[in-house]
Write a protein that binds this ligand. Structure first.
Ligand code: BT5
Length: 322
């Protein structure tokens, strides 16, 4: 019914349509119409309402268009097929299902909204409608499973570069999977893999970018920890252009990685890192210890010199900047 209501209001764009007419044409009560209007407002639609005249649609939110992304992108392999959902539990689930049924490398799943977007270790990822980029990219690199952390770093570099290119904002990489602006998180990466033995079969790279969220679009508990490109730059970013820039950067680095291995990616990562040479608190096993983040090893693990002088290698886990 929401889609029908949008279609009806669009037909009368700029002029009022009465609640009575809407309820008649949609075959529902006026209360149901009012509830739908409220739902649309939450999704970024703007209306003028006036007693006896009804509703007038003023503004529709920017919507992503899968075909436009496929044709606008300069990347050849990545994003050659794009599946767009208006609302889904998680783009990771959709991509994992697609890859199980044979979807090729480069397939991209995007959603305007996720109802159960996830981060690592079951943490929720806040994904409101129409404001962010919530996407999952299918990759099938022929590498050993142990090299997977390298790809998290590669995705982080591609993201940081795409954000810079598209918005001018500098997003630093906090090992392993966060992009921060001014110490707050603007983007997160989640890699989910499937391996047979020691060989990686496929990988789904989930990327969340808080693009056009205003402060009030975040739940209270995220206000001190999360930010968006809108909050940081004061400008609305074209989400399609940012997705295309990400695919382009990602493809460039992916090709480089296949040709020359991890070394050049590591150098690029180091230049964008906000973790290196910093005092950190790290979660080793089940204990938190303090140390200095010294570098990245050849597998993508973070090397930390602990207070007792020992070196610890972290392949995943939590790092806090002190
Ligand atoms: C991540 O986990 O950073 C990985 C996030 C991956 C999300 C994408 S969206 C598309 C794809 N489909 C999915 O279902 N997931 C992927 P982690 O390091 O565990 O960080 C989670 C933490 O980030 C939360 O506990 C919050 O503190 C913070 N956070 C949640 N939503 C956020 C948002 N929209 N913007 C910034 N920070 C957020």
């Amino acid at each position: 019914m929401t889609e029908q209501l949008i279609a009806l209001l669009r037909e009368h764009l700029g002029s009022f349509v009465s609640g009575e007419q809407l309820s008649r044409e949609l075959g529902c009560s006026r209360t149901a119409v009012w509830k739908q209007i409220r739902h649309l407002k939450e999704r970024g639609y703007e209306f003028e309402s006036a007693p006896r005249k009804g509703y007038r649609l003023l503004k529709t939110p920017e919507r992503l268009d899968a075909n436009a992304i496929v044709s606008k992108r300069k990347a050849k392999l990545l994003g050659r097929s794009v599946k767009l959902y208006d609302e889904i539990d998680s783009t990771q689930n959709a991509a994992l299902e697609l890859v199980r049924t044979g979807a090729p490398e480069g397939t991209l799943v995007i959603a305007e909204q996720q109802t159960s977007g996830r981060g690592r270790m079951g943490r929720p990822w806040h994904s409101p409608h129409g404001k962010g980029i919530w996407m999952s990219l299918i990759l099938k690199p022929e590498i050993p499973l142990a090299y997977t952390p390298q790809l998290t770093l590669l995705v982080a570099v591609a993201l940081s570069r795409a954000i810079k290119y598209e918005t001018g904002a500098s997003a630093g990489i906090k090992w392993p999977n966060d992009l921060l602006i001014g110490g707050r998180k603007v983007s997160g990466i989640l890699l989910e893999t499937h391996a047979e033995g020691e060989r990686l079969q496929h990988l789904v790279a989930g990327v969340g970018i808080s693009v056009n969220l205003a402060q009030q679009d975040f739940p209270e508990e995220l206000h001190s920890r999360a930010t968006s490109l809108l909050i940081e730059t004061g400008k609305v970013t074209d989400r399609e252009a940012l997705i295309c820039a990400f695919l382009e950067q990602m493809e460039e680095l992916y090709v480089l990685y296949h040709k020359e291995g991890f070394a050049p990616i590591r150098t690029l990562w180091e230049a964008l890192s906000v973790t290196l040479n910093r005092p950190v608190r790290v979660n080793v096993g089940s204990n938190w210890t303090e140390g200095i983040a010294e570098g990245i090893d050849e597998l993508g693990a973070l090397v930390v010199r602990l207070e007792n002088g020992e070196r610890a290698k972290l392949f995943s886990g939590e790092v806090e900047l002190r």
